[in-house]
Write a protein that binds this ligand. Sequence first.
Ligand code: AHG
Ligand code: MN
Ligand code: MN
Length: 335
Amino acid sequence: MAQVKFDEMIAQKIAQHGLDARLAAVLNALADAITRIEADVRIGPLAGNIGLAGAQNVQGEDQKALDVIADIHVQKALEGVAGVAALVSEELDDVIWLKEPQQGDFLVYYDPLDGSSNLDVNLSVGTIFSIIPVQADGDRNVLHPGRLQICAGYALYGPATTIVLTFGDDVQGFTMDPQTGAFLRSHDAFSVPTDAAEFAINISRYRHLPPGFRAYIDDCLAGKDGPRGRDLNMRWVASMVAEIHRILTRGGVFLYPVDAKTLDKGGRLRLMYEANPMSMIMAAAGGAGSTGWQDIVDVMPQGHHDRVSVVIGSANEVAEVVRYNASYPKNMGSA
Ligand code: AHG
Ligand code: MN
Ligand code: MN
């Protein structure tokens, strides 16, 4: 049976949900940018661009050359597309306004290259995107809660290059056919197991964590002899897209909590183009996305580079973390 192509699925979803037909061109343009990013990522070590770009981004992080290259691919792909009113990129200080915003136009938030610290060690990286409609004519405002997303997705540049996409109802995966470059459906409907057998956290930050998170980790490590009554495994790839894809596939929970070292910034990961899209995807697959205290998609941004505490994964495990936090004050660990 002929496999469904990415653009065919998009056309079906737009018709099924009565969405703005212009969304198809936006998503197909993103797929084109992903194809270009994929080619640059794979040739990276030979092209000499897996190193530093020699500049820092607004996050205060050393930009990799490929961070900048990936960002330009997305900008160029979207700048001519009807209805795209603004771009919010992890790599750009300011919002790019492409047109006078009219209600229903698209605000596109994206992390052009996620996990880029993995590039020089040849581990998986990704691209993350989120789309929210302009709320009112002339509304030059990009600060909206994730609950308003109409679409979210990511590309994982792993052993295979796969785009995962949701319109909020289901979550589908499309894998690039290396022969033709076409994205063909490889996953009809991700459904994340409600219980987790694995947790993912950068454990080196343990002493900085809020007490509720420390208690949760303690009990995960206590395994079957402790309050959890079962052993859990641990994974950490240092690439959010890879962690989320693993959890979508076999369950688990990904934690990047706000801690004493990141309290002044609100956390490590970014709300608009990391936490919100991944929360929408996980929820559409039956999981959940929380700060550890509230749903991520209910967080009201103050700035388009806001950071947030992140707990995303199997519904029951996210609820367990929230339960631990409810029993402890929200103070932080050691700075
Ligand atoms: P980015 O490369 O876009 O800055 O994102 C990296 C993020 C996320 O992908 C990953 O989970 C996390 O940083 C890894 O953090 P550590 O370096 O603390 O492991
Ligand atoms: Mn990222
Ligand atoms: Mn990034």
